[in-house]
Design a protein around this ligand. Structure first.
Ligand code: MV4
Length: 666
């Protein structure tokens, strides 16, 4: 009986595993790096142990440290979450050796699925459909060229040791084969230290459909249906849903049975995912097997009514599956989006820094939020660290069918508000509004093929946005009368008049374009008279009593808006629209541009590619100290004066956010 589980992970998955443990009365142990000392998962754990610096390779990836905490805390089991050590068979092995249950598959099963070619050979034996191709040891060019001709062009050359789309080349015809093969082998050697390649028939615009499997220690294995994860960008999933839109029952059954055969072939135990490519005729081909619980598992939990972490714990304790395949049914439709701190308008550059304001929708039986950061009304939220994946939350919605799930997810996104780092919130909203998406026309090229629709050129803010922003600012001052209390002293709008006149002017500047809004008070009027860029707008206003939003009517049109004001940054959210306005607030403190005075900081988010100095070095003015790679360019930070290197805050390979202090000089 497992009584105490160490969660060898952080963020949303750590919180999520703990939620199930708490429900089952199992004690939880957190391990955390210096960067996570104040994080939500540390706060909700029963016990928490520091395991080292922020860099994952010095904390979450150090098996010895995690096992040391397992011993000290008396944890009976370790849950690895996903990422980090979750698919590391040495770690699984080390847990077993230390007498700690690893909540996952046997190490041998992890090993079997580690290498692409070995996995494919195993699947062939288990009669799991593979993409037509060659994945053997013969690597002579002539032989591979003949194999490619047999398969038929276009073919795909893949690095056997590769994964996640790295080291893949499409070859359109025989003439290109030799050059592409040599390039692929060079790249594979450089990236993975192994130049073995496999050749496959290239499927054009396939769908990514994966089957959730579950097995107990007695070989009982079932499939918990499929997830369609085709909406991806650069092999990073953006939206996942279950079941796969339009998939026939017959194909669902065949894929499920193939996935079960794959799991049985490697003696799988626990939760696993078999990934397939699906072509337009619903032919499916094995891609790879993930021997961990996936990020997107909540959509499967929604349509099966199961708690997969609870099932993992039961299986790890040696219980038999509490259900058979016949017991399992699909109930409704579920959809998940990943809310990221990244900037879609800037090539999805990952963001970081403190979350100033965070509001999530209220959870219900149709909306679920899995997050590792706290909702913090009025600022002082958690910080998105540069050291880890910049995911803020997973927003998951269920509906009786796909349209209902989309509607519920849209509603949830309308109530989600994040300020501080830039996020992909508006991008996700546009995705759900896309007609092709709503029609279920999804495949792995969807985002690429819909870029114009999903990433339109930035529009200047609308006049409505400026009018709502000003009403929001006045609302902050609590001086706007609500239409219902006409005649109250608040109707005398003069309370907020400035400069003696009875008109106030608000100036904004966005992308070089200025906007002017005036608000004038007419004695006894409950409705302020607005002009936006000179155009009069009739406005009535009613503050909501319980949350930050307010209702307003502009020229007869009804709106519900939230306006957040932080210095010059105005964030406006209204009816699913999201605007960031630059308010020339006459009272705002001019933040000095050189606020990084005296510190040597990163000029923008990026990766440290070189550190030219050691601690204690004497450096001269102008001497190169650190090189940061950002947006495919290298930025050399040079010393501003003669000095001694006192501290080095980042090492080669570290991701750093803008203004991150890299080096301290004395
Ligand atoms: C393919 C393919 C087309 N034909 N194999 C990309 C990463 C790895 N998981 C396998 N991938 C692909 N393999 C053949 N024979 C297209 C992809 C692919 C892809 C697959 C799943 C999800 C997203 C993708 C995005 C681009 C390419």
């Amino acid at each position: 009986m497992i009584k105490k589980i160490l969660i060898a992970n952080r963020g949303e998955i750590a919180c999520r595993v703990m939620r199930t443990c708490q429900r089952l009365g199992i004690k939880t142990v957190a391990v955390y790096s210096e960067a996570d000392a104040e994080a939500l998962f540390v706060e909700i754990a029963d016990e928490a142990y520091p395991i080292g610096p922020a860099a994952a390779r010095e904390s979450y990836l150090v098996a010895e440290k995690i096992l040391d905490v397992a011993k000290r805390s008396g944890a009976d089991a370790v849950h690895p979450g996903y990422g980090f050590l979750s698919e590391n068979e040495e770690f699984a092995e080390a847990c077993e050796k230390a007498g700690v249950i690893f909540i996952g598959p046997p190490p041998a099963a992890i090993l079997a699925m580690g290498g692409k070619s070995e996995a494919k050979a195993l699947m062939e034996k288990a009669k799991v459909p593979l993409v037509p191709g060659y994945h053997g040891d013969k690597q002579e060019e002539k032989f591979l060229a003949d194999e490619a001709a047999k398969i038929g062009f276009p073919v795909l050359i893949k690095a056997s040791a590769g994964g996640g789309g790295k080291g893949m080349r499409v070859v359109e015809n025989a003439g290109q084969f030799s050059e592409q093969l040599q390039g692929a082998k060079r790249e594979a050697k450089a990236s993975f230290g192994d130049d073995h390649v496999l050749i496959e028939k290239y499927l054009v615009n396939p769908r990514h459909v994966e089957i959730q499997v579950f097995a107990d220690k007695f070989g009982n294995t079932v499939y918990l249906f499929e997830r369609d994860c085709s909406i991806q960008r650069r092999h990073q999933k953006v939206l996942e849903e279950a079941p796969a839109p339009g998939l026939s029952e017959a194909t669902r059954k065949k894929m499920g049975e193939a996935a079960v055969a794959a799991a049985k072939a490697i003696g799988y135990v626990g939760a696993g995912t078999v990934e397939f490519l699906l072509d337009a005729s619903e032919n499916f081909y094995f891609m790879e097997m993930n021997t961990r619980l996936q990020v997107e598992h909540p959509v499967t939990e929604y349509i099966t009514g199961l708690d997969l972490v609870e099932q993992q714990i039961r299986a790890a304790e040696g219980h038999k599956l509490p259900f058979t395949q016949a017991d399992l049914k699909i109930n409704g439709h579920a959809m998940e989006v990943r809310l990221y701190a990244e900037d879609p308008a800037n090539n999805f550059l990952p963001g970081a820094g403190q979350i100033k304001y965070l509001r999530f929708p209220t959870e219900s039986d149709a909306v679920r939020i899995d997050t590792g950061v706290r909702e913090a009304p009025f600022g002082d939220g958690d910080t998105i660290s540069i050291h880890y994946d910049p995911m803020i939350a997973k927003i998951i919605a269920w509906g009786k069918d796909r349209d209902a799930a989309i509607a519920n997810l849209k509603g949830a996104l309308d109530q989600t508000l994040v300020t501080g780092p830039k996020t992909n919130l508006v991008f996700l909203r546009r995705l759900l509004e896309s007609p092709d998406f709503k029609a279920g026309k999804v495949n792995t090229s969807f985002i690429k093929n819909h870029e114009a629709e999903l990433l339109p050129a930035k529009q200047p803010p609308s006049d409505t946005a400026y009018a709502l922003a000003v009403l929001g600012l006045l609302n902050d001052r609590d001086v706007l009368p609500s239409a219902q209390d006409a005649g109250s002293p608040w109707n005398d709008l003069s309370a907020w008049r400035i400069a003696g006149g009875d008109t106030e002017v608000f100036k904004f500047e966005n992308d070089g374009k200025e906007a002017v809004v005036t608000v004038s008070s007419k004695k006894g009027f409950a409705t302020p008279q607005l002009t936006v860029n000179g155009k009069p707008v009739s406005a009535t206003f009613a503050p909501a009593m319980y949350d930050l939003s307010f209702d307003a009517k502009l020229d007869g049109q009804q709106y519900n808006a939230v306006v957040l004001h932080d210095g010059r940054d105005i964030t406006l959210l209204h009816d699913g629209h999201y605007e960031e306005l630059n308010y020339l607030d006459p009272l705002a403190y001019e933040s000095s541009d050189n606020e990084t005075d005296g510190k040597l900081t990163a000029p923008m988010p990026g990766k440290v590619v070189a550190v030219r100095v050691q601690l204690g070095d004497a450096v001269k003015k102008g001497q190169p100290l650190v090189i940061v790679e950002a947006m495919k360019m290298e930025h050399t930070i040079i010393s501003p004066a003669d000095g001694i290197v006192e501290k080095i805050h980042a090492g080669v390979g570290d991701q750093v956010h803008e203004k991150y202090e890299l080096i301290s000089l004395k």
